[in-house]
Design a protein around this ligand. Structure first.
Ligand SMILES: [Zn+2]
Length: 165
């Protein structure tokens, strides 16, 4: 079982002794006892609330950008990252409002006015960032719900409602 951001929010210690060194459980990186600390923690340390926001609501880097290097049109077709981050936060906040029961993605983003393509893409970004996690039942199994078109969809909860699975 790996250390998650939910563990961090619960205040579980993130560093553990590892031989003669220490290990950052979040980054699985070792550092010297009495040293500066985990290289990745220091590197990612937010300096201001804005920077913290940028780190937590960071949309996925456009994976097609590399493939299209040189012709530039695919980047223009994509909204800027700041707009995506704003959308991510809107969706995340709606999941927070949905509470520990969670919701399937479309029941959150459709009422907010997102198109399915955009809404599901931002939910994927949030899942990748660990801000949305699968909702589990009492047996630790992933709960699912039904979409408007009748297919099965995972019920998600905001990370603040994540249960140990
Ligand atoms: Zn670290």
């Amino acid at each position: 079982m790996s250390y998650t951001l939910a563990d961090q929010l619960e205040g579980k210690p993130m560093f553990a002794p590892y031989g003669n060194s220490m290990m950052c459980l979040l980054h699985e990186s070792t550092f010297a006892k009495g040293g500066k600390g985990c290289y990745y923690c220091l590197k990612n340390k937010p300096q201001s609330p804005e920077e913290k926001f940028d780190r937590e609501f960071r949309p996925h880097t456009d994976i097609t950008a590399g493939k299209h290097r040189g012709n530039g049109h695919s980047a223009a077709a994509n909204p800027p990252d700041s707009a995506k981050a704003h959308d991510m936060r809107k969706i995340y906040e709606a999941f927070c409002a949905a509470g520990s029961g969670g919701s399937i993605a479309e029941d959150i983003y459709l009422p907010l006015g997102f198109l399915p393509q955009t809404g599901s893409a931002r939910c994927s970004d949030l899942k990748r960032q660990g801000k949305l996690v699968p909702a589990l039942d009492a047996y630790g199994k992933r709960r699912s719900g039904t979409t408007k078109t009748g297919s099965s969809a995972a019920i998600l909860v905001a990370d603040i409602f994540a249960t140990a699975g």
